[in-house]
Design a protein around this ligand. Structure first.
Ligand SMILES: N[C@@H](CCC(=O)N[C@@H](CS)C(=O)NCC(=O)O)C(=O)O
Length: 224
């Protein structure tokens, strides 16, 4: 049994969607980010960075994994699913996974911060992160012009990038003209396991509660 520590945010969904896609048995604990639970001593012992997600694999000597990209690779290697084992196929998946970890997540995250959450609107910062996010989504769009998925068959690289790219509107990033990206966003959104994973945990503060002010308030508490 896997135990997942998560919240209703893109990095959390990456883990819950992957667990659902792989049909792994898991339990989850919702870490209340706006209450600072991720910074409590017991949790920082599991995740030195004090962020979600984290997993404990109780079937593998209670092995702990933090950092969402590392969690996805661990689960793919454990199950043999959603990442090929040949050197080139595996490398392709890791390349597109790293593209998300090092680029799409950080830039779109900052677009959210400066466009939505910052009490002070700084046009230079908003413009910088929105332009950079758009450029990264164009990179995905070009890749998806040639390929149905990012790295061969549907893989953990798609799950990771999708979990962030789907939130373009929240960061004020327009995807006009990115038709390959739109097609891929819709195809993945329609997968039942993705829908189940997106519902873990049910939205309470940060996630898509339908109440945008509540999300902004919760995010501001974390950033303070
Ligand atoms: N690189 C980390 C980033 C994790 C991360 O930033 N998680 C956010 C939620 S999406 C978080 O826990 N934020 C709480 C905080 O900043 O205190 C990963 O991919 O696991």
């Amino acid at each position: 049994m896997i135990e997942l520590f998560t919240a209703d945010t893109p990095n959390g969904w990456k883990a819950s969607i992957t667990l659902e896609e792989m049909e792994l048995l898991y339990t989850y604990r919702h870490i209340k980010l706006s209450e600072g639970e991720q910074k409590q001593e017991w949790y920082v012992k599991l995740n030195p960075n004090g962020r979600i997600p984290t997993i404990i694999d109780h079937d593998n000597d209670d092995f702990v994994v933090f950092e969402s990209g590392a969690i996805l690779i661990y689960l793919a290697e454990k199950t043999g699913k959603f990442m090929p084992s040949d050197v080139k196929g595996r490398s392709l998946v890791i390349q597109w996974l790293m593209f998300q970890m090092g680029n799409v997540g950080p830039m779109m995250g900052q677009a959210n911060v400066f466009y939505r959450y910052a009490p002070e609107k700084i046009p230079y910062a908003i413009g910088r992160y929105q332009r950079e996010s758009r450029r990264l989504l164009e990179v995905l769009d070009r890749r998806l012009h040639e390929h149905e998925y990012l790295a061969g068959n549907y893989s953990i690289a798609d799950i990771a990038n999708w979990s962030w790219a789907r939130g373009y509107e929240w960061g004020g990033i327009d995807i006009d003209g990115l038709d390959n990206l739109k097609r891929w966003l819709d195809t993945i959104a329609a997968r039942p396991a993705v829908q189940r994973g997106r519902a873990v945990p049910p939205p309470t503060d940060l996630g898509d509660t339908g109440n945008r002010n509540r999300t902004i308030e919760a995010a501001r508490k974390i950033l303070a």
